[in-house]
Design a protein around this ligand. Structure first.
Ligand code: BES
Ligand code: MN
Ligand code: ZN
Length: 501
């Protein structure tokens, strides 16, 4: 998709589709008014006649409007514009792009000012328009022998600015949004790929490919033999029942000063989670191909980072394994020793995410990080607690929570701060090892985070449980690319701090 910026008169703009806003009070936006005048009152006539339903998000596509250059005009009802909130804005933009991509237009022109939310600036607005545009155009059809839809002709979106002073802000917003879009698209595709293609080995290959795209990015992969030598008993216990060997993938982006402490992202990359010997029930088990979406978000964020060439050091670690109930699989009651030296009684082989992560987190300490953030589809309990709208955020440093919550709000890829109190730790007590890998039904997402906290005591660390946000189920089944936008904004904010220093 090509994004451009223009200034000038709407009725003189040649475009495949001009998007104009209609509101309860003023009815016609300034642009709509000009089109209305040029077309001898067509728009106001249609509104009077009730062709455009008076409801936020309703749209009406007009063809061949007289006396204007654009081929089509898309009227969009924004309701009471003072009450336009993020949710309404996003569903409204979804409607807009679902029409634009199928109406035959090669390009569209939108006036972001006319869809301004009271609580956000122009850059947020442009970023979200691009995000909705990209989400609407994203397709995963590489595994279908025949394509279902005709390919869209829509390939250029132009932002028309009312004021030349906005140029710089708009340009910056576009380049950030494009980088995020690229990262989200990669994350979605890796997530959507089935478990028989997207194996730990496939992810390792993808990391090597990504490293080829930028000279400051390099990839190394730790194989099972080396994991055994290092003592990564927890990670190895997950891949034990699978014929697919585990991989610990390390992507190193050196954009900052040589001695600057890196931000480390650690992704859960369980390429398929059957539950292992503690086998999951059959219903919707296919969705456990998405159990590597934490890893996918690390890939996506690395891709965005490379596109933006941020002046910071970032290390992306992916703990990739397949959780299968093979003859050599770990059994409930088995005790393993993690890289940290702490022993774990595996009471449920389906609580495997924390097992792959704990060794990756210990490994991450080696980089003397500024912060470690892990991202994981860790618990069904998090889906129950927060649903699909918020990512669960756990941290041992409140200041890190503040930074991540802020990034989530900027990106509209939001997280919610959950407790990580000592009180919950005793749920992980084991009679036979240093800890058990499950903490009972109560507060399941919290005890999972408590488990990880035992491996990050010395670190500035946060854990993002994306079990509810990483993919959609049902008719819209597919990976969402979350939380690439949150993580990219978090890194942008870190880069901005350096530039101030
Ligand atoms: N990958 C799952 C978590 C999950 C389940 C995410 C459903 C999204 C939807 C994880 O490995 C898992 O199985 N967790 C168990 C933990 C339990 C055994 C303590 C869970 O949530 O049931
Ligand atoms: Mn599991
Ligand atoms: Zn899992």
């Amino acid at each position: 998709m090509d994004y451009q910026i223009k200034t000038g008169n709407p009725e003189k703009q040649s475009s495949g589709c001009l998007v104009v806003s209609i509101t309860d009070k003023t009815k016609l936006s300034p642009t709509a008014k000009q089109i209305d005048q040029a077309s001898e009152g067509l728009l106001s006539k249609l509104i009077r006649r009730g062709d455009l339903e008076r409801k936020t998000g309703k749209i009406l596509l007009l063809n061949a409007v007289p006396n204007i250059k654009a081929q089509r005009v898309l009227m969009v009802h924004c309701g009471d514009s003072k009450e336009l909130d993020e949710g309404k804005f996003i569903s409204l933009m979804q409607n807009v792009f679902s029409v634009i991509k199928t109406c035959g237009a090669k390009d569209a022109l939108i006036f972001p000012d006319e869809f301004q939310l009271p609580e956000h600036e122009l850059d947020w607005n442009i970023a979200q328009i691009i995000s909705q545009c990209e989400d609407s155009l994203y397709q995963f059809n590489q595994l279908k022998s025949k394509q279902d839809n005709q390919p869209t002709k829509f390939s250029r979106l132009t932002f028309a600015l009312s004021n030349r002073d906005q140029l710089e802000e708009a340009q910056a917003a576009i380049s950030i949004a494009r980088a995020i879009a690229r990262g989200k698209s990669l994350a979605k595709t890796l997530g959507n790929l089935p478990g028989n293609i997207c194996t730990p080995g496939y992810l390792a290959d993808q990391a090597r490919e990504l490293a080829k795209t930028h000279k400051k990015l390099s990839t190394s992969v730790i194989e099972e033999k080396q994991m055994t030598e290092l003592g990564m008993g927890a990670l190895l216990s997950v891949s034990a029942g699978s014929i697919e060997p585990a991989k610990l993938i390390v992507m190193n982006y050196k954009g900052g000063k040589k001695d600057a402490a890196p931000q480390v992202l650690v992704g859960k990359g369980v390429t398929f989670d059957t539950g292992g010997i503690s086998l999951k029930p059959g219903a919707a088990m296919d969705e456990m191909k998405f159990d590597m979406c934490g890893a996918a978000s690390v890939f996506g964020t690395m891709a965005a980072l490379v596109a933006l060439e941020l002046p910071i050091n970032v290390i992306g670690i992916v703990a990739a394994a397949e959780n299968m109930p093979g003859g050599e699989a770990t059994k409930p009651g088995d005790i393993v020793t993690s890289l940290s030296g702490q022993t774990i009684e595996i009471l449920n082989t389906d609580a495997e995410g924390r097992l792959v992560l704990c060794d990756a987190l210990t490994y991450a300490e080696m980089f003397n990080p500024a912060a470690i953030i892990d991202i994981a589809t860790l618990t069904g309990a998090c889906v129950i607690a927060l649903g699909k709208h918020a990512t669960g955020l756990f941290t041992n440093q409140d200041s890190l929570a503040v930074e991540l919550l802020k990034a989530g709000n900027e990106a509209y890829d939001r997280a919610w701060h959950m407790p990580l109190w000592q009180d919950y730790q005793s749920q992980l007590d084991s009679n036979f090892a240093d800890m058990a890998n499950i903490g009972g039904r109560e507060g399941g997402s919290i005890t999972a985070a408590c488990f990880l906290a035992r491996y990050t005591k010395e670190q500035r660390w946060a854990h993002l449980d994306i079990a509810g946000t990483a993919w959609n189920s049902g008719k819209e089944k597919g990976a969402t690319g979350r939380p690439v936008a949150l993580l990219t904004h978090y890194l942008l904010d870190r880069a901005a701090e350096i530039e101030i220093d």
